[in-house]
Design a protein around this ligand. Sequence first.
Ligand code: MN
Length: 733
Amino acid sequence: MASTAHFNKADSQKAPPLPLLPADNEESELTTLLKVYLKPKDIQKIWLAYRFSDEAHHGQSRRSGEPYIVHPVEVACTLARLHLDAPTILAALLHDVVEDTTITSKEIEKKFGKQVSELVDGLSKLDKIELQDATEAQAENFRKMLLAMANDVRVILVKLADRLHNMQTLEVLSPEKQKRIAQETHDIYAPIANRLGLNTIYQELEDLSFKYLYPMRYRAIQQAMKASRGNRREVVAKITVAIQQKLIEMKISAEVTGREKNTYSVYKKMSEKGMSFSQINDIYAFRVIVKEECDTYLALGALHALYKPLPGKIKDYIAIPKANGYQSLHSSLFGPFGTPIEVQIRSEKMHELAEAGVAAHWLYKTKDANLTELQQQTHQWLKRLLEIQSDSPDSLEFLEHLKVDLFPDEVYVFTPKGKILTLPKGSTAVDFAYAVHSDVGNCCVAAKYNQELVPLRAEVNHGDRIEIITAPLAKPNPAWLNFVITGKARSHIRQYLKSIKSEESSRLGAGMLNQALKALHINPSSIKESHWKKLISDYGLKNKEDILAEIGLGKRMNVMVANQLVGFMEGSGHLKGQQKQLNVITIKGSESMAIQLASCCHPIPGDPILGFINKDRGLVVHTHDCSAIRKFKLDPEKWLDVEWDPNPDRLFKVNLQIMVLNERGMLAKISSVIAESDSNIDNVNVEESDGGHFVNVNFIVQVHNRIHLAELIRNLRKINNISRINRVKMKNF
Ligand code: MN
């Protein structure tokens, strides 16, 4: 491993020590890194995890021929450099154990604790999802999905370290695989590292992707950079000294370094700005790190006094940070003999964040910060990003999704073809079906999540591969409205119900019209098509159904329509000896769309009833003795005779007022009697007690009909301490 780990680090001079933990007291890179910030007890545990992982992976080797354990140890090293906590290092060492060996996550939990096993599980979950051929939009969604699935930011950090090492050892794979993995790294993982501000990891991922995607260009730039390094060194040293002296003169304490651009950023500049290599190479870049934020502007002033700034080239990322929270002052200067110079000026704190981003909180955590505090700080950091980026729509959108990993409100799922869909959290299979297409939603009958059959109301989870089973004749179910949460699903189901509603209205309208015709002793079937046609054109409607629907909805009076039709018939001599018995409108109970049972008197089958045509609500049914009837203006044309269907198809609400002794357990007693009488309680409301012994309780219960109600009341009377039971026909609560 040691030989391949640094093959592409042209800039690093020293070969890293062997990454393995000491077999017998020998120092390793990982232990050296850990000793800096972890307690011996934690290091001991990490050592056990190393042994455990090594044993579990026993017999497996990497493509390079090295033992497998080299890989998790390298991943752990990357994370140890960021000073991540012991559970993260443990998860790094164990990250492939559950996936690649017979060890279960239960065993991990038993040996290393719940936190570690959860991190490992999170990682295995990420490994399972895969994106086939990514378009740019798909890539963005996939990045969001990864972030959303890792509900602990440490999972993403391990994943990035894992990817980094895979990239560092990509050489052993076939060129096709190299290209595919490099492309994925460039599309998915490098942007995540960048957005999380993990600059060091981001740069290396980009450089390595570039190396495998464009090997020739990479090599050419590398060679050119190497060739010019000697000349540059002298110039860099000179300018560094000049800057240092000026800052001392101005009494600003700062650290000044010359920096070399990485291969990919040189290439990016060449291709994006159309510059030649030497144009870019002639620019000298420096970094000035001062103690406090206020010193940054002083240092900028000092540098501008030393070298003239290029007009319009000053960027204040301190006042307006970049999307990933990066803060710095940038300025371009005319150096000695006109040498172009770029400087970055930042405080120590800003520098930490610029290098480690979201991990900076671990890297520089105070001694006794615990996990919750760290999560909180991380969250604060993410929140601050959101605030500072509120006017940049692109990054805002990204960060809003980043927020998901702490407060999830969106879910990312796959279609059978591998496309990613974003749904609000709590979405169901029906929401998904409508998100795919309204036809799929309207005809869905069943759903499969990851090959497993689930109910249509089942909630979707991150990364689920969802398949919807449709049937050509299937129809939306009104009950879906109880669980769908997306606007699209809701509006399509409602639209369907509305079309049903108009069917129902026209059925009702037909009944109402027949009733009016009956009063005129006309048989509806004797009305000719030509009469209807005339009426349709008179009203400016499309068809007969529309007229009937308008009657049903109370928009037209049945009597008027009947009279008009009779007028046509008389005109054509069609009225002779037709006097057939016609039905009154029957109320079955399921007509809820166009016929409503009044909530003032709650009519139930067996009650004498009257229908009242309401312009907006269609037909409202009241009891004969309802007190509300008196309130309506006496308008006989708006009243209709209605009667109950002999076989109603549901339970009906009725309002009972029960006066009972105010004692413990009374409500429970009443409730159980109601249940035993095959009735349901729809609503209960206890009236404010005036301190007396008795209290009024209002129940809305469901019964089949008057007989059922009488039986229920009889049973209730058997309860001791009930003083009165009334059916209420005017109260509305
Ligand atoms: Mn791995």
